[in-house]
Design a protein around this ligand. Structure first.
Ligand code: NVA
Length: 205
């Protein structure tokens, strides 16, 4: 083969594979990062707002793989990214450190346990499952961190809704919100295909 895409759990397994591989290795999801998802997410945001100048992206949920890639990729694109998570679920310090080293303006990253503070003025609301693949059920830790109509009303009027899927309706996102005219979740899912094709084209050209 010419290139490998690996979707696994421990990030260290991916690094080990990449270390010994003579071919490029793509991270298709690990417990630490989900960069391919972030490519499709920022493509979807760009399609919506045309540029990233006034984008305020608020992620609500677990500060793990998806959140980590959003803050890292967001810092490369100079976008304001806020993470709202329960205490104990903040992104790992080494990811925050790396993000802050890339960021030109430090106040473009906010990590808070206050969901209302994070949502105010945001024009992209993004959420992910409460219990990631291979984890025990963590529903009780995330009570109050649902993206529902009440929360959406606190964001910018033009706010769009994203979710990396699969979604658990009635938990991290309500049925009403994921099906609303603000939802770009299914466009975002389609964009995985375009973004990943572009990534392969870059790697193989
Ligand atoms: N945080 C989720 C992302 C799924 C695309 C998980 O790791 O299961």
């Amino acid at each position: 083969c010419d290139v490998l895409a690996i979707r696994t759990f421990h990030h260290s397994n991916l690094e080990e594979y990449a270390k010994w591989s003579s071919k490029p290795v793509i991270n298709a999801l690990t417990d630490l990062e989900h960069p391919c998802q972030a490519l499709a997410d920022f493509m979807t945001i760009k399609e919506e707002f045309h540029d990233f100048n006034d984008v305020v992206l608020t992620f609500i949920g677990d500060g793990n793989n998806v959140a980590n890639s959003l803050i890292l990729c967001g810092s490369l694109l100079d976008i304001e990214v806020r993470i709202a998570c329960p205490k104990g679920f903040e992104p790992k310090p080494e990811i925050v450190k790396k993000t802050r080293e890339i960021l030109k303006v430090q106040n473009k990253l906010l990590i808070t346990n206050d969901i209302n503070e994070a949502v105010k003025g945001a024009n992209v609301l993004y959420t992910d499952v409460w219990s990631s693949m291979g984890e025990e059920n963590k529903d009780k830790d995330f009570v109050g961190f649902s993206v529902d109509s009440n929360l959406v009303r606190k964001a910018s009027e033009e706010a769009i809704i994203l979710h990396c899927l699969p979604a658990y309706r009635g938990k991290e996102i309500s049925d009403e919100v994921i099906e609303s005219d603000k939802s770009r979740v299914f466009k975002q899912a389609e964009n995985r295909m375009h973004a990943q094709q572009a990534l392969l084209a870059c790697i193989l050209s």
